[in-house]
Ligand binder design. Structure first.
Ligand SMILES: *[C@@H]1O[C@H](CO)[C@@H](O)[C@H](O)[C@H]1NC(C)=O
Ligand SMILES: *[C@@H]1O[C@H](CO)[C@@H](O)[C@H](O)[C@H]1NC(C)=O
Length: 296
């Protein structure tokens, strides 16, 4: 009888006790949101099965008024915040259109039919890198010549990194220099990345190169394939047996044949036409004259 009485008294007082002396717990995982996307703050009750949420209040540390509250289905405060759908059992929250101003520490107060809890939770916000932009200097590259490859990525946060690979997957990153340029523009944080891969003597058959942009957690955010435009240089072609060069050589041969054919056509057309003043088209007439001479 005595123990039953004590049990009754204790159970009566548990919900009124502010600190978490109760058997159940409320926990939230640290949250990393992505700028402009939907962020879910995962929270759960521990050591209790039958529990129902009555109200939740989310307040930024250092502020008095809740930033967001929801009592039953009545929401007030920041409209981007809400209790996750179908979650009478789970006090998880959702933020749509996440902003950098959502970063920080919060007090999260949850009232249930089994009492309330007040815990701290933290939110940090990252931003994805946009599609990388690449270029080469010089724009046209000689086989075995020097070249710098550039790969830039913007709008990401925190600072990520850029790695370089050639067509066979060899990692060239150690030959590159990464520049990081942090900015804050109207509350939007970003770190622009610019990587320069310098090769003193490039074998053109290593192309295309790939630049891969990673976020601060080394998760890939972007990839760009960087083709290298070779210089169309004939002496180079003869000395090199590389595949790229043979393709280039092929293009040149076909090109010269086409040009030759064109001149031949022009020549015959001109012969069938009434005489035109040669000076009307000086270059063609010069060539035509050259072709003419041996035949006459
Ligand atoms: C990449 O960034 C560097 C340094 O900011 C700049 O000099 C270069 O022009 C940029 N290249 C491209 C392709 O945007
Ligand atoms: C490529 O090399 C860089 C620098 O040496 C290194 O940090 C990175 O982990 C390497 N990447 C891979 C996929 O091996």
């Amino acid at each position: 009888m005595y123990s039953v009485k004590i049990m009754f008294v204790v159970s009566l007082f548990i919900p009124a006790v502010r600190s978490s002396k109760d058997l159940w717990k409320l926990e939230c995982l640290p949250t990393v949101g992505i700028l402009a996307e939907t962020t879910v703050i995962r929270c759960y009750f521990k050591d209790i099965k039958d529990i129902e949420i009555v109200a939740v209040y989310l307040t930024k540390v250092g502020e008095d008024k809740p930033l967001f509250s929801q009592e039953e289905s009545k929401r007030s405060g920041d409209k981007r915040f809400k209790l996750l759908e179908n979650s009478t059992m789970r006090p998880s929250l959702q933020i749509s259109e996440t902003m950098f101003s959502d970063e920080g520490e919060y007090h999260y107060h949850v009232t249930t039919d089994s009492g309330f809890k007040d815990i701290k939770l933290s939110i940090s916000v990252t931003a994805r890198y946009k599609n990388p932009v690449t270029s080469t200097w010089p724009e046209k590259v000689m086989d075995r010549g020097p070249v710098s490859l550039y790969c830039n990525a913007t709008d990401g946060y925190p600072a990520g990194t850029i790695n370089w690979f050639d067509r066979s997957g060899t990692n060239w990153t150690s030959n590159s220099v990464l520049t990081k340029d942090p900015k804050v523009i109207s509350g939007v944080k970003s770190v622009a990345l610019s990587s320069k891969l310098t090769l003193k003597s490039i074998a053109l058959d290593l192309a295309p190169f790939k630049c891969i942009v990673f976020n601060s957690k080394y998760v890939q955010d972007g990839l760009k394939t960087l083709d290298i435009t070779p210089v169309l240089d004939e002496t180079n072609m003869v000395s090199s047996g590389s595949k790229t060069k043979s393709i280039v050589a092929g293009v040149i041969v076909i090109g010269s044949l086409t040009v030759g054919l064109l001149f031949a056509l022009l020549f015959f057309r001109k012969r069938n036409h009434t005489h035109r003043r040669p000076s009307a088209n000086p270059i063609l007439s010069y060539e035509q004259g050259n072709d003419d001479d041996p035949e006459k």
